[in-house]
Each structure stands twice: as C-alpha cells, then as structure tokens.
Design a protein around this ligand. Structure first.
Ligand code: 5CA
Ligand code: ZN
Length: 403
C-alpha cells in the first residue's frame, strides 16, 4: 500500500496482527459510489490480511452528529436523529449488499461523547488545549465556559502526517470544515475539540467542559484509541481526509499517549458529471438507488474494483454496464462441469492484491480463466473437476464477489 506520508509502498502490518481504522460516513445522505469505492478498497485490504492468516481488527465510526448533518436536518425540517438513524441503516444495508466485511467495533460520535469529554478535560489540564469565549446566547447555563480548542504548539510533530506547508494546510482547513478565522484562537489551524451548546443544537453533558458536542477529529481519535489501542497500524479514508482530519486525529492521539496510526492510506476520489462526487455538490449516484432498480450489488462491486484504489476516476453508466457484463461472464464460466486448472489463477489473484492492491489486475486474472473456460474450441481433456469451486471460493474470499 502507498503510505500517504512518505509516498512509498509499505506493508502497514508486517506482523501477525493488523489493527486498522477506516472513517465511516457522516449520515446525512447514505452511501454514494465514491464512499462505496473507498470502503470496498479497504475491504480488499482487510480480506488480503485475513487470507494471509493475520488477526485483523477493523474499527470504524459514523459521524452521527456534526455540522453538515444538523444543517441538512434544519433545511429539510427533519429531526436530526431520525435523519442520522435512517441514513446509517441504509449505509449498513449497502455495505452488507456490497460484501464489505463489517468492523468489530462500530461507534457513533454520539456514543463517544463521555470518552471525548474525559480526553478533552485531560488535554485542558495538561495545557494542550484552551478555551475560547463563546458569543452571547451560547453556552447554555454556563456561558462563561468557552469552546475548547487543541493547542497545536503542544505537539511538535503536528504536520508530519501530510507534510504540507502552512499555506496549503490553512486553505484545506477552511475548505474542509475548519474555522481558521475564529476569533480568540491562538493559531488559525487549532482544531475544535468541544463545541459548547448553541441555541437549537443538540448538546450533551460535558462535565467540567459544560454542555456541548464533540469536535470531528477528536471523535475519531477517541473511537480509534478505544477500539484499537495506541498506536495502531493503519488509518484510512478518501484522499480528502488526509488533511485536516487524519493529521488532526493523529495529533490528538499522540498527545493522549502513544501516537495514532503508524501508516495512513487514502483512496482516489471518484467524480461524476465532471466533478468530485460529493454530498455538498449533490452530484450523487447512490448505491441504494441502484439496488432499488434491481442492479445486482456484486455488479456494482465489480464496477468499483475495475479501478485501482489510488486512481481518480469518473463514474459513468459504462462502468456499471461493464460490471454487469463481467458478473454474467464469470457466472457462466463457473456454471460448467469442471474447468481449466485453477491454481495459477488463484496465485495470480493473490499476487495482484499483494502488489499495492491491484484490483484491476486481479479481475484480469479471473477474466482470463473465464475466457479459457468459456472457449468452445477448448480441449477439455485436462480439465479439473474442482476448478469452478476453487475459483468461486477464491473470488468470494479475496475479492468479496459472491457468484
Ligand atoms: N464522517 C467523515 C469521516 S470521520 C466523512 O468524511 N464522512 S463522508 O461521508 O464525507 O465520507 C465517508 C468516506 O468516503 C470518507 O473516507 C471520504 O473520504 C470518502 N469519500 C467521500 N467522497 C468520496 C468520493 N467522491 N470518492 C471516493 N471517496 C469518497
Ligand atoms: Zn474520521
């Protein structure tokens, strides 16, 4: 896998165990093709680790309270909790349909509140965080208790995950949910740890912090810490999460003892109609909508696997058509009695995945077997009776394609 920090290919979990965290969705809309591509990519890695005999521990979250979710609920007049619950349920169905092996620990931001409060209290006590006064009307019964921000000067290693310069970091921070302009902060990049209660916003008991809700980065830092222990092997997500999200959550974990993820890995962003597929732009193709039209989720998964995880690519109808056709061809090839020897194909599959998760090469290996199997001019004398079963099981286990 490509380590986003060094730009080099690494084995993130060379020992007998693999502990990894993949950021889950913010459930104001359910899974679109871009999300699905990212989760399927990490699922391939998960499956390769299991295949290699490692004990893999997968932890994830859902950001079930955050600004964009609350904004969507407010503009559509839907209760924010109901919106989150509905979209999380759909996300789970989509992941199951796509054959993504589920996390062993799957924690919501709301569930993580008590642990976040404890961590933020600790950072404050250690001088690694500070309070910023809130505007009149904010702060509930304790308006004198401000929002809490991390003091990045407490972490000399801040910036080491992405390696970006300050100017780029500031621009990305503003673009991706940060608040560089917030008055009273010590430094524009300091991230929010605890947002005090605001009129019309949900709030939880924050102990000595006062009522409020967690910041985005600390929520993932704590869920990863509690699910995996620190440090852990890998943190992943789409390329838009490298900065600020993974830089900040790693910094928090570092200060909370033991460092965060040792390796970060990111997927290329999928575009649609000329632009990155994103909830904020609204150019979305939903997995659930495709499923509702009767598309086999395995065809969707094959369409996603036809692109390397690091590629930036654009979803078109042709992707889906190719996935549907490939699924039909593989099923036809597997329905015969016996077939060409499977061992070399299984070895090629494993080799492709070991080579920086080269899913397109893995598909090509199975394609080649299917072509041989379906070739009417083929001499069947040397056929192996068990080959279709071996191929089907390998394709299921390694690629997550149920045939
Ligand atoms: N809840 C946070 C992470 S803690 C979040 O980023 N949620 S999300 O719903 O916006 O995105 C979920 C995952 O899908 C993230 O890893 C994100 O990087 C990835 N993602 C979002 N859009 C795309 C896209 N167009 N192509 C590929 N991956 C994407
Ligand atoms: Zn996250």
């Amino acid at each position: 896998m490509l380590d986003s920090t060094t730009g080099e290919l690494v084995d993130p979990a060379p020992g007998g165990t693999a502990r990894f965290y993949v950021c889950g969705i913010t459930p104001y809309d359910a899974t679109h093709i871009g999300h699905a591509a990212t989760y399927v990519a990490f699922d391939l890695l998960h499956r390769a680790w299991i295949d290699a005999g490692k004990k893999a521990t997968f932890v994830s979250n859902v950001t079930d309270v955050d600004d964009p979710l609350l904004e969507r609920a407010a503009t559509t007049g839907v209760d924010w909790q109901r919106l989150a619950e509905e979209q999380v349920a759909l996300y789970r169905e989509d992941m199951t349909a796509l054959g993504v092996v589920p996390p062993v620990t799957w924690t919501g931001a709301v569930e993580s509140v008590p642990a976040v409060v404890e961590a933020v209290e600790r950072l404050l006590a250690e001088g690694a965080a500070y309070r910023v006064a809130v505007e009149p009307g904010a702060g509930g019964d304790d308006p004198h208790l401000g929002d809490v921000y991390a003091d990045l000067t407490a972490d000399p290693s801040f910036g080491s995950v992405s390696g970006l310069d300050t100017e780029t970091m500031t621009a990305l921070f503003a673009e991706r949910g940060g608040d560089p302009q917030r008055e009273g902060k010590k430094s524009p990049l300091d991230p929010l740890l605890w947002r005090r209660e605001r009129p019309g916003e949900p709030a939880w008991d924050g102990g000595s912090l006062g009522t409020g809700r967690p910041g985005w980065h600390v929520e993932c830092a704590i869920i990863a810490r509690d699910g995996l222990g620190l440090p852990f092997d890998l943190q992943g997500g789409g390329a838009d999460l490298l900065f600020p999200h993974h830089e900040m959550s790693t910094s928090h974990d570092r200060l909370l003892g033991g460092g965060g993820a040792r390796v970060h890995m990111h997927t290329g962003l999928v575009a649609y109609q000329g632009e990155k597929m994103s909830k904020s732009r609204g150019n979305l193709v939903f997995v659930s909508a495709l499923r509702a039209t009767g598309v086999d989720p395995m065809a969707i998964r094959l369409a996603l696997l036809a692109h390397h995880y690091r590629a930036e690519w654009e979803w078109t109808d042709a992707d889906l058509a190719a996935g549907v056709a490939r699924l039909a061809r593989w099923r036809a090839a597997l329905s015969g009695n016996g077939g060409p020897d499977a061992d070399a194909t299984v070895a090629a599959l494993r080799a492709a995945l070991a080579d920086d998760l080269d899913a397109p090469a893995a598909l090509a290996a199975v394609d080649a077997w299917a072509e041989r199997s379906l070739d009417p001019a083929r001499a069947t004398a040397g056929d192996d009776e068990g080959a279709p079963g071996v191929i089907a099981r390998a394709v299921d286990a390694l690629l997550g394609i149920r045939l």
